[in-house]
Structures are given as C-alpha cells and as structure tokens.
Write a protein that binds this ligand. Structure first.
Ligand code: ADP
Ligand code: MG
Length: 200
C-alpha cells in the first residue's frame, strides 16, 4: 500500500513548525540558537512545494523533499536532513514494506555518517536515527516501541559530550543539554509513527 504521503508531510511539518521555539531554545544552550528557525524555514518550504512533491511517486517525492530541505534549512542540519530524505528516496520502492523502510533508514544513517563525518555517541541526530534504524531492522518493532526508543534516545544525548557539530566547540560544557537535532529527529519519527498507526 502506498504510504499516506500528504498526511505524513502535513503532520511532520506541523509538528516541526510548532516545536520551532523549543528546538531553538535547545540550540541556544549548546549551539547558535537557530535550529528551530532553520527547520521551520525548511518545512514551510516543503509545505509551499507540497503539490509538486505529491505529484511524484514516493521515491521522487522524497528526493524532492530532501532537495528542498538542503536548499532552505541551511546550517549543518540542512544538508544532513537532505541526505536523510534523498537516501530514503533512492532506497525505497513506491510501495514500501516495513522491511524496505528498515533497510532504507539504515542506508540513510550510513550516508549521514559519511556526510557529517560523525559516528554514534557524538551527540548528534545520529544518536536517534541510528538506534531507530537498528530497532526497525530487528523485526520486533511496533509503532509504540519505535516512538519510545526515539524519545529515550533523544534523552540519552543529554549526558553526552559533543564530538561533532557546533556543540563540540563547547567541549565538556556541552554535557547536560539535549542535542537539538536529536530532538527534531525524535519529532519527525514520532509524527511518522502516529500517521502510520492512525493516531496523529
Ligand atoms: P548549525 O549547527 O549549523 O547551527 P543547526 O542548528 O540547524 O545547524 O543543527 C544542529 C544539529 O545538527 C545538531 O544538534 C546535530 O544534531 C546536527 N549535526 C551537526 N553536525 C553534525 C554532524 N557532523 N553529523 C550529524 N549531525 C550533525
Ligand atoms: Mg544551530
């Protein structure tokens, strides 16, 4: 069955835009206070381009969405979220199964690691996307377990010391704050789960 792309775009964009101030507050603690603004600008552009995106089959739609994020989000997170969605577009068939999604997300995590020269436990969005990709690949995932893992994983970035991104300039002082990109990744994952399980 083709995924409900319109609902996915509407819900993810609405949740990210609604969380913009919170994301910026997180980024003001260990970055430059723009993550929420960057993501809001990106997803407003996605909404503006929605008719064009929805006219395409899923793989091309995801690539177009990724391109829009690269162009509009800016910062470090723009190219990284762009890579995430463009890789999903490259890897997913038009009517994906959960197995397809697990494989595509794992490929996207690898692409993101290469793009950002980062690894797990560096206190970045990879610390949410990575565990979720591994969990999806286990074949044991439910919507509830994926949502819970995304939330736990974002929380688990609090005690980490940043090794990559702007927060790494703070060294030890990056400890004790949630990574903003991990929180935005959690919001995206939570939104996708809720749309797919019909509780959004
Ligand atoms: P900038 O850091 O340029 O101001 P944003 O504030 O929009 O960009 O995004 C910051 C987020 O990007 C971080 O919280 C982190 O999750 C993510 N990030 C930064 N650098 C990297 C990297 N090299 N690899 C993976 N994620 C990264
Ligand atoms: Mg920033």
């Amino acid at each position: 069955m083709a995924p409900p792309l319109q609902a996915l775009i509407d819900t993810v964009a609405a949740r990210i835009i609604a969380a913009s101030e919170d994301l910026t507050t997180l980024d003001s603690a260990i970055g430059d206070a723009d993550h929420g603004l960057n993501m809001k600008r990106g997803f407003e552009a996605v909404l503006a381009d929605k008719a064009n995106i929805l006219a395409k089959p899923l793989p091309e739609a995801l690539k177009a969405l990724g391109m829009t994020l690269v162009m509009k989000v800016g910062g470090a997170s723009g190219p990284l979220y762009g890579t995430l969605f463009m890789t999903l577009g490259k890897e997913l068939p038009a009517e994906p199964t959960l197995d397809d999604l697990a494989r595509a997300l794992s490929a996207a995590v690898e692409a993101l690691k290469a793009r950002g020269k980062a690894d797990f436990n560096n206190k970045t969005m990879l610390d949410v996307l990575g565990p979720v990709a591994v969990h999806l690949s286990s074949g044991q995932a439910t919507f509830a377990s994926v949502r819970a893992l995304a939330a736990e994983s974002a929380q688990a970035t609090v005690p980490m010391k940043a090794i990559r991104g702007r927060a790494s300039f703070l060294g030890e002082r990056s400890i004790g704050h949630m990574d903003p990109g991990s929180r935005s990744s959690q919001i995206i994952i939570e939104s996708v789960c809720e749309v797919l399980e019909g509780t959004a």
